[in-house]
Ligand binder design. Structure first.
Ligand SMILES: [Zn+2]
Length: 413
């Protein structure tokens, strides 16, 4: 390791993670901390408190994105931003997103310990609703920040109970005064657990993310009619739920057919109407997503899915409308930032591997407005979006130290 390398305080990072894990605890080991819920409010307050104690100034924008800035010596220069999210899935883990935000805070605390002032400021960011578990789409705060989603449509988005983002922000007191976006960053760095098993299995502690898997969400509306579960002859029925069943099974089979080269397909959500005993379904909405690393194979998967949808519609005697939802591509990150991470890891003597992300991240949105890169750290067996998500502190510290030293190098440019 080079002589002037900095090191985070692992115990302090762990204590912060454990404190976070008390807020929204679910099924013993997990978290249920939905975006803009009472639990999210409590965690946000704790983060803001920690950031202020660490000497940061805190700004909150109209969508509740939180920016905690440690001043640099030259306030005219855009800061180095480090961010992720503090919300979780309904059956979520303690580290997805949270590790990234708290490592950002740990960077600030470490610089404070050493009494170091960087030329550029360091800004730690908590993005609103990365998970998309309560309000869809995911990565809502960062996408609006990047101008990919219009702010007014985000504010009007409702959850399953009909509560809008705007109302939920007001309820927890996080509809802030700052405008959304137009906030220059020198660069954006995000550390995140891998959420897949390769680092864990290979015994490697750092992934430098060079891009993502091509990903597309589809929103299907399956239309039939409704009738009596007893009286209506089978041949007369146009049962939307049966159409959905055929689609769900076919989509999964396509995923299995492409699994050999890391294709993925998932039907993630189903809504059925009227969804009552004694009737069959008039309308079903499905959300499907599929992912592949290779553009040609991705296109082939899409063709297979389209064919399966058409066959399912015919077999169930229903109509299926397909609308495209969120998507992202493969070439996301700035070569200069990837290079910075590789060079810094080399200087620190930290082994790493280059990899592509199978999951979506706030960094994808930010990458459209600032030079961006990501660091992955291992999680046990790759388990994520599950209460059994687990990390080893010793295997997370190398990534945190890479984040720290890369951010400082960039901030002192
Ligand atoms: Zn995440």
């Amino acid at each position: 390791m080079v002589a002037n390398a900095l090191e985070i305080n692992p115990q302090r990072l762990w204590d912060s993670l454990e404190r976070s894990a008390e807020i929204g605890r679910f099924r013993g080991t997990g978290l249920r901390r939905l975006a803009l819920s009472a639990e999210d409010k409590e965690m946000r307050a704790l983060f803001v408190d920690w950031a202020r104690q660490a000497g940061c100034s805190v700004e909150i924008d109209r969508l509740g994105n939180i920016f905690a800035r440690r001043a640099g010596s030259d306030p005219a220069l855009p800061p180095v931003a480090i961010g992720s999210h503090l919300d979780t899935q309904i059956c979520g883990g303690r580290y997805d997103g949270i590790l990234g935000v708290l490592c950002g805070l740990e960077v600030v605390r470490t610089l404070n310990d050493r009494g170091l002032t960087t030329k550029r400021g360091i800004e730690v960011i908590c993005w609103t609703n990365e998970e998309g578990a309560r309000f869809s789409p995911p990565m809502m705060g960062s996408m609006a920040f990047a101008g990919v989603l219009p702010i007014e449509s985000v504010l009007a988005t409702t959850d399953d109970a009909g509560v809008s983002v705007e109302r939920a922000l007001d309820d927890i007191g996080y509809r802030g005064p700052s405008p959304v976006g137009r906030r220059p960053f020198d660069c954006y760095l995000e550390l995140h657990i891998e959420q897949a098993p390769s680092l864990d299995r290979e015994g490697c502690d750092i992934g430098i993310v060079i891009g993502g898997y091509r990903t597309q969400a589809l929103r299907l509306t399956i239309k039939g009619d409704t009738g009596h579960a007893g009286g209506t002859p089978m041949a007369m029925r146009r049962n939307a739920l049966v159409g959905a069943g055929y689609v769900i099974a076919a989509v999964n089979d396509i995923g299995l057919a492409y699994a050999g080269d890391e294709g993925r397909t998932t039907t993630t959500r189903i809504e059925s109407f009227p969804n009552l005993p004694g009737t069959y379904a008039e309308e079903v909405k499905l959300t499907v997503d599929f992912r592949h690393i290779d553009a040609g194979r991705f296109a082939a998967m899409r063709a297979d899915i389209d064919r399966a949808i058409a066959q399912s519609a015919q077999k169930a005697n229903v109509e299926i409308e397909v609308a495209e939802g969120w998507s992202w591509g493969t070439e996301l990150f700035a070569p200069e930032c990837i290079e910075l991470l590789k060079t810094t890891a080399g200087e620190l003597g930290l082994p790493y591997r280059e990899m592509r992300s199978q999951a979506g991240h706030d960094a994808y949105a930010v990458a459209t407005v600032a030079p961006t890169a990501m660091i992955f750290t291992p999680c046990a067996d790759g388990i994520s979006h599950n209460v059994n998500e687990a990390i080893e502190l010793a295997r997370s510290v190398p990534g945190a130290n890479l984040l720290l030293n890369a951010a400082v190098a960039r901030a002192n440019r």
